[in-house]
Write a protein that binds this ligand. Sequence first.
Ligand SMILES: [Zn+2]
Length: 245
Amino acid sequence: MALAAASSAAQQGRIEERFSERASSSILLVYDGQRVEPGLERILLAALERAYADLVRDFGSGPVEKVVVVVYAERDFQTVTHAPSWADGLFDGKVRVPARGITGVTPELLSVLRHEMTHSFVHFRTRGRAPTWLHEGLAQLEEGKAAAPFAPALSSAYAARGTFGLSALEGGFASFSASQARGGYAISLAAAEMLRDTRGFGALAHFLDRLGEGGRVEEAMRAELRADYRRLESDLADWLSRRAR
Ligand SMILES: [Zn+2]
């Protein structure tokens, strides 16, 4: 879930030096060969390939370089990433996910992999310049989540404060408490879903490209999404009120 700067290279090196690798044309899977059951790495790589193909359909293209996916045993994931306790995956240039015992590709593991792989697509497309709300919103959409369950709570928060505080979610969520993170993820998901529904994924892809050219977030928004933060928030409030009924 979380986005983070790369963590201690020394610590990663110690844990990953015994790892095995398996590559396809678009993905490099790095895994703990002593903990992954024999044959499972092929199933994992095939699942990653399917997720990658789905993302290429939405985004139009994938990263130029292979997406590196590192699968850790649960304990090693915490040691290497120092991820907040609420995170069930991490993207810091590589996709890093913990897997309990790694005995199968569960639906939960698949949705974490789809989520984190979306971060690598967004990161590549924007050259690392995407605001966090856009990263987390698109990642949750690609996971298959929808904002409807959060609509009543988000609508009443907006009614009380007059803002969703979206512009304050451009930076990372890593320092957030679990409840702040939940709120941040819900708003991010709703914003991305509203933009997909009202502007289309094509416009979102152009928005990503525009961000990659280095302009300010709001300039790119005006150019590609017919909105600044104020307009985006009022569109979001309207869109949510239709879902909160
Ligand atoms: Zn995320």
